[in-house]
Structures are given as C-alpha cells and as structure tokens.
Design a protein around this ligand. Sequence first.
Ligand code: PLP
Length: 471
Amino acid sequence: MTPEEFRAYGKRVVDWVADYLASVESRPVRSPAGPGDVRSALPAHPPEEGEPYDAVLADLERIVLPGITHWQHPSFFAYFPANASGPAILGDLLSSGLGVQGMVWATSPACTELETVVVDWLAELLGLPGHFRTDAAGGGVIQDSASSASLVALLAARHRAGGGPGRHAIYVSSQTHSSLERAGRIAGLGTGRVRSVDVDPRTLAMDPGHLDSLIREDAAAGLVPTLVCATVGTTSTTAIDPVPRIGAVCREHGVWLHVDAAYAGVAAVCPERRWINDGVAEFADSYVTNPHKWLLTNFDCSVLWFADRVPLVETLSTLPEYLRNAATLSGEVIDYRDWQIPLGRRFRALKLWSVIRWYGAEGLREHVRLGIALADEFAALVRADERFEVLDHHPFGLVCFRPLWNGLGAEEADEATLALLDRLNDSGELYLSHTRVHGRVMLRLAIGAPATERRHVRAAWDRIRAELDRR
Ligand code: PLP
C-alpha cells in the first residue's frame, strides 16, 4: 500500500469508525451470532493474489459486524466496561503508524520516556504515593492486562522472598480475580500453594485475622509466604479488601502486598474516592489498575506500579548480546523489557497520553462521577421496587440485584433469574451479566460505557421490570 493509497483508505476507515460510534446505539448490543457463523462465512483459504481494500471493508460490514458484541453501546452493562474513546483510538492509530517496537530505551527513546511520564502523571492523578514514581524508588509500567501485571508482581515478590522452589505460597480470597490462581500456576507454585483466605460473609472482604493465621501456619510448616493479593473492587461485586489491616499483617511477616484495583482503581481520580487507596501508601509493594476498563482508554492498557523496582528488574533482567547498547550499559535509562514478560512492546503510552491530555483531570473525573451517580440512581430504583433485592454495597459503577421471585425455592428462583437474563440479553436492547453472591444468582449491571446516559439506565430498568411483568 503506497502512502497515497493509505491516505485514501485511512480516511475511509476513520469515517467508518466515526459512523460506527455515532450509530452504535441502533445495533443489538450482544451479537446474535451462533457458534461458527462468522467462521463459515469466511473463505477457508487465504487469497493467492492481493485484494482491493474495499473488499476487506465490505466483508467487515457483511461478516464481521454481525459477529460483534458492541461494548461501546450505551446499553452495554455486562462484566465491566471496556472503554474506547476518540483520543485513545487516535493514540493507538498513531502508535500503529509509527510502528515502533520499544523493547529497550535505545530502540525508541520516546516510547520509553513518554511512558515514564504518563504513568507518573497517572499516579499523581490517582493520588498514589510519591514512592511509586519513577523518579523515586519505584515506578510504573504499562502492561497488556492486569493478569500479566499480577504475574509480574508475583515474580518480583518471589525473587525478594528468596527460598527454594516449591516452597512459596500466596494468599488470595474466594473473591480474588482468577488471574492470581493462574499466576500461581504459571509461576510453578506447587498444588495448594495458592491459599484461600476467608472473607467476611457480609462484605465479602478478605479477613485479615484468617490471613494472619494462614501465614503463621505456612511459615511454621517451612513454606515461604510470598505475596498477598488484596483487591479494591472485586470482579463479582466490587467488594473492597481492608488494605490497611492486610498491609499490617504483610508488614509483620515480611510478605509482599499486591493491590489489584484493576477495575475500581481509576475511581481515585476523584478526590472524594481516594479513600479506596487507604493503606496503599503505607503498605503496597505493587498496585495495578486498568485504564482500559473505565478510564476512556482502549484495550490494552493496564498500569502496574512498584514501591521498589529493584526486585522486579533483578528477577526479569537479561542482556543477550544483540541487545547490548551504550544506553543500557550506562544505567541511565529504563529498559521496560525488564518490567514485563514479553520482550517486545507496543507504544501504548501514546493512547493514554492522548486521553489524559484531551480530557484533562476534570474530564476524567466527570466520566467516573457520572458512572457512580447513575449506579446510585439505578440502585435506588431497584430498592424502591419490593419485587427486587439489591446489594447495598455499590461504591462504583456496578450494581448487583435480583428479583425475589416470592413463592419460588432458591434453585427455581436462580433458574428464573438466569432465564430472565437470557431473555433480556437476547432482546439486543441491553446486555447484563451475572454472578453468585452467597450462593444466589444475582444480575450485574455495570455502568461506565462512555456513551451511557441517564436515559439508557432508565430504559434498562423499564425493560427489566417489563420482562419480569411478562413472565
Ligand atoms: N482483577 C480484577 C479485579 C478484575 O476485575 C479483572 C477483570 O475484570 C482482572 C483482574 C483481569 O483484568 P485483565 O483482563 O486486564 O487481565
């Protein structure tokens, strides 16, 4: 493709994306495609000769779009949001246009240095402690996902803990994201070494007393308690683990504290939500939050900070001959390949930089505040209807609720809730997901897509009630 051809098609693609975003509301939120529909519509073999780009765009409309679930739809309320925004899309396009591979500082100094500045900016915007900054002992780095971030944190923690293979144990709760269990497996911790700490039955927050006794037991048995993962905003219900008390236990036993705030951490951009980071400054060794969930930044962009970068770099650093260069040897630069699992890395900082500059701190706060306010309003509507139960705890954009189904037993009621969910999602008018809380199925309505307004949340509530009435 020549630059002129790229210019022509590029303009069409940008127009296509703008039209898509402007009209996404008219599409069914969840893709109606069944298994194999998209695949069977595609040629089984690649073309021998190149094709005009128009053919690709035509197939995008005809084959790909029907298989798309529209995460940017204003009535997408499932899982957690995966925000896209104009400045983030443009930042990603610029990154693709530059085609930079920023594995070490020397392979593109701006790729590294812009990232350093942007993650330091984000730490400041979220009120994270000064020692997380790269000009102090710590530093931040953009990862592809919170799952990778937690694995990297575990590797650094294991390095710091020392101890022989098969002796390390980590501590999570039943509410911790499954990526920690996987991190344990990937890191080769033995069976049973990912220990499950009890939760408070009411708040679903980790019990620091039980954590303390598990750590003591393990240490007495000759294991090496290595890392505790505390979550700020759990995946199921946005429960918040008591970081200050967990941190005190970690400090006493010399265990690494990793804070997983993948979804909720960005809420700290609002000063009135900074309390969610209580204990982080005093105790956290690492902390992750995902701008790619709720902070207007397209997937993938997960930011991981360390209080002390030394164990991280010591555990992941290698210097094969082909990467030797004067800047690395001088020790004056950061080589982010030492801060992540892969060697290669995209110029992700461009999109986060674009987002922060376009919206400014106030624009980001406005987005988060709207999500929280609409969630509060939705919860109040549900609470006012005696046919429903709502989980009181909803400090962010997620509300968990369920119809009571008076007269039905627990199992039948759960089945009825899931059937209601299917009917709602099949309608294409909105998209919710579900979880289990205290053994019971609950619906999850997560607000935070950039296009969601009050009217969409009201319409969702009307639709849910109408579906219940229809039964
Ligand atoms: N941690 C928490 C609390 C999450 O809610 C999620 C995803 O929803 C993750 C980790 C995993 O995030 P990622 O998809 O970036 O790996």
